[in-house]
Design a binder for this molecule. Structure first.
Ligand code: SF4
Length: 81
């Protein structure tokens, strides 16, 4: 695995881990629980500029932001999105 980037999403530094943890996790979610891609993209852009992001994980809540950002009921614990 490449050296982790603390300010990156998982997809940006490890395709292998991203596929295993995020892609597989997203497949298990009902489509009606998900926001459109444009919304999750805006949310993740905020996460990528946040000091709480560490290797795709939010240090404030422990979630994988790439999962939380696609959920309709997903919320940033600091109300950034
Ligand atoms: S969910 Fe909120 S606190 Fe966590 S990394 Fe994203 S913007 Fe930062």
């Amino acid at each position: 695995m490449p050296k982790p980037c603390t300010r990156c999403l998982l997809k940006d530094y490890s395709k292998e881990v991203y596929e295993k943890l995020i892609t597989e996790g997203l497949k298990a979610l009902p489509a009606e629980d998900l926001v459109p891609d444009e919304i999750s993209s805006i949310r993740l852009d905020v996460c990528k500029k946040c000091e709480k992001l560490n290797q795709g994980t939010c240090l404030a809540c422990g979630c994988y932001v790439e999962i939380r950002a696609v959920l309709k009921n997903g919320k940033c614990p600091y109300s950034k999105w």
